[in-house]
Design a protein around this ligand. Sequence first.
Ligand SMILES: NC(=O)c1ccc[n+]([C@@H]2O[C@H](COP(=O)([O-])OP(=O)(O)OC[C@H]3O[C@@H](n4cnc5c(N)ncnc54)[C@H](O)[C@@H]3O)[C@@H](O)[C@H]2O)c1
Length: 406
Amino acid sequence: MKVAIIGQGYVGLTISAFAGEHFEVVGFDNNSKIVDQLNKGISHIEGVESSTLQNWIKAGRYRATNHGSEIADVDLVVIAVPTPLTKDRKPDLAYIESACKTIGENVKKSLLIINESTSYPGTLRNYIKPAIERHSNSSIEHLYSISPERVDPGRSDYNQKNTPRLFAGLTPEASVRTRAFYSKFCDELIEVSSPEVAEAAKLFENTFRQVNIALVNEFAQIAHSLGISVYETLDAANTKPYGFMKFSPSAGVGGHCIPVDPTYLAVVAEEHGAPATFIRRANEVNAEMSKYVVDRIEADNEGNLVGKSVLVVGVAYKPNVADVRETAAGPVIDQLRKRGAVVSWHDDTVGMWRGEISAPLSGADIAVVVTKHDAVKEHDIFSSAPYVFDTTGSFRKENLSFVRNF
Ligand SMILES: NC(=O)c1ccc[n+]([C@@H]2O[C@H](COP(=O)([O-])OP(=O)(O)OC[C@H]3O[C@@H](n4cnc5c(N)ncnc54)[C@H](O)[C@@H]3O)[C@@H](O)[C@H]2O)c1
């Protein structure tokens, strides 16, 4: 069976790597630089080994392309393109639309189309199916299903094989064929009663995280105002064996999912006249954390950051990945600069970002740890500045007088 995977980023390439063991995979991406690199067997995604790609390429089971004509004869299509927010923070389905155009214009036979991109309930039925039909110049009838992706880049304990996968077809036949596809490389498949349930479940999973992160971020501020350690309090609460799940405070939330997906749910809720107050407030609390962190740093430094050199350590949105989408480091840096600090950042995993390059981990007045990659040594952070504010909780047990945290 020949499978086309539209979008070769975190989700699409990860699926390609697993599917390549069983199927011939055409990885379609409209970024020609990514396509060239992939065809040389070079992976740009943590968790997808270049050696795996090279094996599949050698065996004739993988090639990347940006030519729509190369998906004309495939038997199954997976959509894995970005679903960000527009500037006014509304769902942006432009990438989905463009993927549907590629499929509609190029696929010449009836097949199964699975959406893995995260979007609001109703996207498969009311947006993807009509868009593909609109773009195709024949009356071919396709099968459609959704299987929301749960990949967590950089994570080694859970992967495509051992993470249970939700799915639902628009028709029973679509469900049967979706199960047959994923069962080749996924241990546990859970069929739900409609695509809308699967789409909503994905959004609710990430909303659960977003709201709990906001709650713990607010609690960090409460604990500080009470003069108690947020970390010790959370550890204490976490000794309860049921009914509690520990989240940790941070400088905010980043990545393509947690700051974005809940808003898809909020927008669709409000369109249906239902409240989305938790989501809206959680977005605000998480977004305000950068200001809170910089307020704390300013207060610890004679209430004045003008002219002070501040080194932000770690700008990726989470440890051990190079992904900077929606990273909390962005607003932290903006806040620091607004208050007159001279800011540079160190993150050799990211290398280059916003037209700036990673600075040496040394010589600052103040260091702010936003993300702690495993490769960054604690003692290098400690010697980089005489004052360190750690938002990650990495050094809280060391009780060093020059290291502050929440
Ligand atoms: N990254 C994650 O951890 C994660 C986890 C679960 C779900 N998701 C969801 O999966 C979807 C994809 O996310 P991602 O992180 O893989 O994005 P990504 O940015 O890493 O990759 C998307 C790829 O799609 C390509 N692309 C964009 N438009 C295209 C088009 N019209 N045709 C072909 N290629 C196109 C881009 O060049 C890019 O390489 C999103 O809906 C996201 O919310 C992501």
